[in-house]
Design a protein around this ligand. Sequence first.
Ligand code: SAM
Length: 472
Amino acid sequence: MYDPKSLKAEEFIDHQEVLDSLAWADAHKNDSKEIDRVLEKARLHKGLSHREASLLLACDDPGVEKQIFELAKEIKQAYYGNRIVLFAPLYLSNYCVNGCVYCPYHYNNKHIPRVKLTQEQIAREVTALQDMGHKRLAIETGEDPVNCPIEYVLESIKTIYSVKHRNGAIRRVNVNIAATTVENYRKLKDAGIGTYILFQETYHKESYEQLHPTGPKHNYAYHTEAMDRAMDGGIDDVGLGVLFGLELYRYEFAALLMHAEHLEAVHGVGPHTISFPRIKHADDIDPNAFDNSISDDIFCKIIACARVAVPYTGMIISTRESADVRARALELGISQISGASRTSVGGYCDPERTDESSAQFDVSDRRTLDEVICWLMKLGFVPSFCTACYREGRTGDRFMSLCKSNQILNCCHPNALMTLKEYLEDYASPVTKLVGDKLITSEMTKIPNEKIRAFVEKNLVKISEGERDFRI
Ligand code: SAM
């Protein structure tokens, strides 16, 4: 029985409720009165239920689609402005005991080199990432309690935060590791992580069990209930995602929103982020073997409908996607992107790893971080390396209330400009610096509060004189 407040996976992601929602969406997708009602509600910028958002996704009327896309852009602008937060993944270990059929790290893949970084190697990787300009990382590991226990992850986080190379520093470490216990989540919280990210892969239980035939990840309930344990362990920023291509996208979309509604109902705060990964070619993995792949157009529509449904949630797209798809997605609500990612363990500084023989999947956007930054600015976005909210304790519902109170222009926007200025001074090419300095000058005029504008102006000068790390 469907119950968003239940702590049982099969009740808050009730299969019948997903099917009923899709059937309801199909029955009403040509019902202009119902669609207008949902669009009207979406215009309030307060979000939609999983059923309402599923209706928009099901409707293929070009006029309605146009309205959804416009609304997505408008909502993104209202809550997040034109800032785009940058991050990079850092692969620590690809040892894995699971049998995930879409992932090259699966246990039965005997020809992929298994690598686990030492703390010295992690420090080198972090130095390389800092030298590009990164301030925010997402650490990634396979699941292996013996080769990659929680103690190793905790020690690695400490190492990452301790590296200070030139003006570099990693100021926020997000963590994407397998579902674990409340006790381990508490340890991660105490280690100072930002968001705990765990992709559901698929919400369809039967498919989930087939796609994860062996290993601890086979347990659907344990995986699906992980975010509740993370929140019980004190982590209030959690990141959801499904791996599009594994199951029917409309099923995943409705269930993903049901998961968000569940977190809100039980913990009083929805997901901090939702990621939008699509399955990619990798060693031992042919994406064509999965017959639920989605076109770029459908992918973009999913992103737009999600933005309309969850206005306050950060939305992430990785370098799995090409520059063209990323450009489209940025217009539809994406607020965070990765840049210059390597998906192999040790890939940032070890030339032997740049052949990607241990890569998790092929990367489509292979540009340098500087190229990505310049491209973003030319598209009219403000690249941001800001990590202030998490460092000021504005996580969970405190971040959401900042977002809901529309104080972004007085808080996040100035922080974005100051961190962009740091990037321009320390890492940018001459062309990027030129484009960036011009952009900062024009963006300064958008800060409504005079005192804050003056504060930022002063700090921009200090940054050009060598001082670092200002934030509101
Ligand atoms: N091992 C952790 C777990 O069990 O959740 C997560 C870390 S894994 C390095 C990060 C994510 O990569 C997975 O959750 C999966 O969605 C994604 N992934 C795996 N294989 C992929 C592929 N072939 N193409 C695209 N993404 C893939």
